[in-house]
Design a protein around this ligand. Structure first.
Ligand SMILES: [Zn+2]
Length: 288
């Protein structure tokens, strides 16, 4: 036996009232259907607005994405520009190294080629970052290389300025480097320099940059000047009539240091010129 509700319908106009008897289950079902429909409607409404919002957000993302892709392209182009400059620098570096010939061959830093095709635009930020890192590395190497080249150039220039070169005075060769009979004893003796005959008072100039380490009078060499040039080079100027520098004086190639004379064991006005390399006398003729 089921429980039932009785609904009464009573119109205004004095017509007959109606009675409707409905089951309990029917009421329950009707209420459930009503609640579910309301919930569904509510959900549809919320979903509609949310979709609208998502679409807007999506559109915004599309715009941002397109902008970022443009930026990435631009950065890629900038990067290409930098790479091209690096190639020019690398090329210049290689040419400078070429002129430095063999000295550059022992270099730790070799000219570095910049790898990668030039026209590849970075596909994404990771790629861009990688390309930037590569370029940074290349720049670091280039900087090291340039510093090394500069050092090499400085060394080369310094060595060149410190290597004896040219005639120390105006005159003519009267005695060469090597074994010869001594003008005094007649026995064969090593002549460790060149004799350049010139009038007393003829200027004598330094043949390379250096520091005067001796400017004094000795029994054999008479008034003598010795210059240390570094890199193992020393030059000696003997039999002078006048000394124009003091020990410790810094001289440049071409600076006047003394005047030709006939002091010490000498048989006429001349300059006795010696070059020593690492303490060993070498033939100055090759340096004139
Ligand atoms: Zn001599």
């Amino acid at each position: 036996m089921s429980r039932r509700f009785t609904l009464m319908y009573i119109p205004d106009s004095g017509k007959q009232a109606r009675r409707i008897r409905v089951s309990h289950r029917f009421v329950f079902t009707a209420m459930l259907v009503f609640l579910l429909s309301t919930a569904l409607m509510g959900w549809l409404i919320v979903d509609y607005y949310r979709q609208g919002f998502d679409q807007q957000h999506f559109n915004q993302l599309l715009v941002e994405n397109s902008e970022q892709r443009q930026q990435l392209k631009q950065m890629g182009r900038d990067l290409d520009g930098l790479r091209r400059e690096m190639i020019v620098l690398t090329d210049a570096d290689a040419r400078v190294r070429g002129t430095l010939d063999s000295s550059a061959e022992n270099s730790v830093v070799q000219p570095v080629a910049i790898g990668g095709a030039l026209d590849t635009s970075p596909a994404d930020m990771t790629e861009l970052q990688k390309q930037i890192n590569d370029l940074r590395l290349a720049i670091d190497l280039r900087r090291e290389s340039q510093e090394e080249v500069r050092d090499l150039l400085n060394d080369k220039q310094s060595l060149s300025l410190s290597t004896p070169s040219g005639w120390p005075t105006k005159g003519w060769l009267t005695s060469y480097f090597g074994m010869r009979p001594s003008p005094y004893s007649g026995r064969r003796k090593m002549h460790e320099g060149l004799d350049i005959a010139a009038n007393t008072g003829t200027p004598i100039t330094a043949t390379a940059d250096g520091v005067v380490i001796k400017s004094t009078t000795e029994s054999g060499f008479g008034k003598v000047v010795m210059i240390d040039h570094g890199y193992g080079y020393r030059t000696t100027f003997a039999h002078n009539s006048k000394l124009l520098v003091k020990s410790g004086t810094r001289v440049k190639r071409g600076d006047k240091i003394a005047e030709v004379g006939n002091t010490g064991r000498s048989t006429g006005s001349h300059l006795h010129y010696e070059i020593h390399l690492n303490g060993v006398p070498i033939n100055p003729r090759k340096f004139l």
